[in-house]
Design a protein around this ligand. Structure first.
Ligand SMILES: [Zn+2]
Length: 504
C-alpha cells in the first residue's frame, strides 16, 4: 500500500538524520514535520486542445470461456472493514477498458468489457461505478439489459447462474470525481481518479476508488487481467499497468494500449495522462525498468535510476521479480503506491528516494503477487515492505537493523494505541503507522528467534508459494507456524494485542 509520505515515511527520513524528537500519530505533529517536501512547482502546463473519442474497436470478440482466463478465478469475499465497496456476487476475470480523456472539458468516455463469473444464481450482478459517471448502455453476452445506477452501485438486472461466465459491456461517460478516503493521513484525503488544474490525470485507489473511473468489483480478493487503452489529444499520452503493446497517432489523438499479463486487484491498477517522456535502464538481472516523468521535468528520471540496484537487492532476498515488466510513473501527488508493474509516485523528494523505491518494489512480491483477501490484513503488505525498507536503510546508513528497529519501537506503541492493533485497526484510520511498524518489528523479532537463514527462507518462500493469488491471516499464520515452529501466540500478540509485545 501507499508509503506514508508525509507521516511515517517522512519520519523514516527524520530517523535517518537522527533528529526525531517525539511521537508522530497526530495530524499536528505530522503537519509540522519538515521532511516531506510538497511536489516541486513546475511550469504551468497547457492542456492540448482537441476532443478525444474512442478509436474503432479492433479487439477480438471477448470469450469469457477462454481457459487463459482461469488464473483470474477468485473466491471474492465481502470486505470486513469496508463492506459497502465490492460485491462477492461477481468474480471478474478480465477488464478490457477503452478510455478517451478530453482535458479541455474534463470528460472521460469509457467502454468497459468485463469477462466475469457469477458466483451465484440470481436475478442480478452488482459492480461499483462512481455516481458522477453516466451509463448509457449495458449489455450481457451482447444483449441489452436493464440496470440501476444509484450512488456508486451499478446493478445489472439479468438472470445469472452460479459459475456461468458472462461478457458484460458498460458504456459510460462523465467527469470522474475522487472519493473520500477513510483515513486521517495528511498525504491523501481522497482516492481514485484525480485531475490536475491543467487537466492531467492520475489515480491512487487504496483501499478503494477504482470505481471512480471504471465499473469494477473494487475489493482486493477479486483479481483480474487487464487490457487498458487510453486516447488523449497529442502530444499527451496515457500510461497504465503492464506492457505498452501499441501506440498510434490519428487525427491529433494518441492512443496507447497496455496489457497486464498477471491478474491484479483493483487497488493496484493505475492510469495517468499528461505530457510524459519515457527513459529506461536495466537491472543486473536483466529487467528493463521504464521511467515515465513529466516532459518538463526530465531531471526526475535521474533520481529514479537507483531502482535498478534496489531491484537487484530485493531479488537477492526474495527471488526473481514476479512480473514481466516494471516501470515508475511520476504524478502530481504527495504519496506513492505500489501499482502492479507500474509504480505510481508523487514527485516529492521522499517518494522518489531509494528507500521508497525499495519499499514499493518489495510490494510487487508482498501485496501484488500475494494479496490480502480483506483490508483487515493490509499488515501482510506493509509489515514486510516496511521491514525490507528498514533493512535497506540500515545498509545505506551503515547502521545495524537492530538500531533501526529500536527507533521504530520508540513510536510504534503510540500508533497502536491511537489507531488499534495492526490486524484490527480503526476503519476510519486506514493506512496509519500501526499497520507498518508493529508488523515490521514482529518480523525482526521472528528473525532473532529462528536465525537469519530460516528467516530469509520464510520471507522468500511465502510470495513464491502460491503465485497470483490472495491469502488471509489464518492461512498465513498456519503456514508460518508450520514453517517456523514458533507459537501462534507470538504472531497474534504482535498483530492483535492493543499493547506492544516485549522485544527480545
Ligand atoms: Zn507500502
Amino acid at each position: 500500500m501507499r508509503i506514508l509520505v508525509s507521516r511515517v515515511a517522512a519520519l523514516g527520513a527524520v530517523l535517518v538524520t537522527g533528529t526525531l524528537v517525539t511521537g508522530c500519530s497526530d495530524d499536528s505533529t505530522a503537519a509540522s514535520r519538515p521532511t516531506a517536501s510538497p511536489p516541486a512547482a513546475s511550469a504551468p502546463t497547457q492542456s492540448p486542445s482537441g476532443s478525444a473519442s474512442l478509436p474503432a474497436e479492433t479487439d477480438a470478440p471477448p470469450d469469457a470461456a477462454d481457459p487463459a482466463l482461469d488464473p483470474a478465478l477468485s473466491e471474492p469475499v465481502e470486505d470486513s472493514v469496508y463492506p459497502d465497496v465490492g460485491d462477492p456476487s461477481v468474480d471478474s476475470l478480465h477488464y478490457d477498458l477503452d478510455l478517451a480523456w478530453t482535458p479541455d472539458t474534463r470528460t472521460l468516455v469509457g467502454e468497459a468489457t468485463i469477462e466475469l463469473r457469477s458466483t451465484g444464481t440470481g436475478d442480478h450482478l452488482q459492480l461499483d461505478l462512481g455516481e458522477p459517471l453516466d451509463v448509457s448502455a449495458v449489455t450481457l453476452d451482447g444483449a441489452d439489459v436493464p440496470f440501476d445506477h444509484q450512488g456508486k452501485d451499478l446493478v445489472v438486472r439479468a438472470p445469472v447462474t452460479k459459475d456461468e461466465r458472462y461478457v458484460l459491456e458498460v458504456s459510460y461517460s462523465g467527469t470522474p470525481q475522487p472519493t473520500p478516503a477513510p483515513t486521517r493521513r495528511s498525504d491523501f484525503s481522497t482516492s481514485g481518479w484525480t485531475t490536475t488544474p491543467a487537466g492531467e490525470t492520475w489515480t491512487m485507489q487504496e483501499p478503494y476508488g477504482a470505481f471512480t473511473w471504471y465499473p469494477v468489483n473494487d475489493q482486493p480478493s477479486d483479481k483480474a487481467f487487464y487490457d487498458i487503452s487510453v486516447t488523449v489529444p497529442s502530444p499527451w499520452v496515457g500510461i497504465a499497468n503492464g506492457v505498452m503493446t501499441d501506440q498510434t497517432e490519428v487525427d491529433g489523438l494518441t492512443t496507447t494500449s497496455w496489457h497486464l499479463s498477471k491478474p491484479a486487484s483493483s487497488y493496484v491498477v493505475t492510469v495517468a495522462t499528461g505530457d510524459y517522456t519515457r527513459t529506461t535502464n536495466t537491472s543486473q538481472s536483466g529487467t528493463e525498468i521504464s521511467y515515465w516523468v513529466p516532459s518538463d521535468r526530465p531531471g526526475l528520471a535521474t533520481g529514479l535510476e537507483s531502482a535498478a540496484a534496489g531491484l537487484d537487492w530485493l531479488e537477492g532476498l526474495l527471488g526473481p521479480y514476479p512480473f514481466d515488466s516494471l516501470g515508475f510513473l511520476l504524478v502530481d501527488s504527495r504519496s506513492g503506491m505500489e501499482t502492479q508493474t507500474m509504480i505510481t509516485l508523487g514527485a516529492t523528494d521522499y517518494a522518489t528516494s531509494s528507500a521508497v523505491l525499495v519499499h514499493e518494489m518489495a510490494h510487487q512480491w508482498y501485496g501484488d503477487e500475494v494479496t490480502p483477501d480483506d483490508w483487515r490484513d493490509v499488515w501482510m503488505n506493509e509489515g514486510m515492505a516496511m521491514y525490507l525498507q528498514g533493512v535497506w536503510q540500515a545498509e545505506e546508513d551503515g547502521r545495524s537493523v537492530e538500531a533501526v528497529m529500536d527507533e521504530y519501537a520508540t513510536f510504534e506503541p503510540a500508533m497502536r494505541a491511537q489507531n488499534g492493533p495492526p490486524a484490527d485497526y480503526d476503519p476510519a484510520t486506514f493506512g496509519e503507522g500501526n499497520i507498518y511498524y508493529g508488523p515490521a518489528l514482529m518480523w525482526h523479532e521472528l528473525r532473532k528467534r529462528i536465525g537469519d537463514d530460516a528467516f530469509w527462507k520464510v520471507v522468500k518462500d511465502w510470495p513464491g508459494r502460491d503465485p497470483e493469488t490472495n491469502s488471509n491471516r489464518d492461512e498465513y499464520l498456519d503456514w508460518l507456524v508450520d514453517r517456523t515452529h514458533v507459537d501462534r501466540s507470538f504472531f497474534e500478540g504482535w498483530l492483535l494485542s492493543p499493547t506492544t509485545p516485549a522485544r527480545s
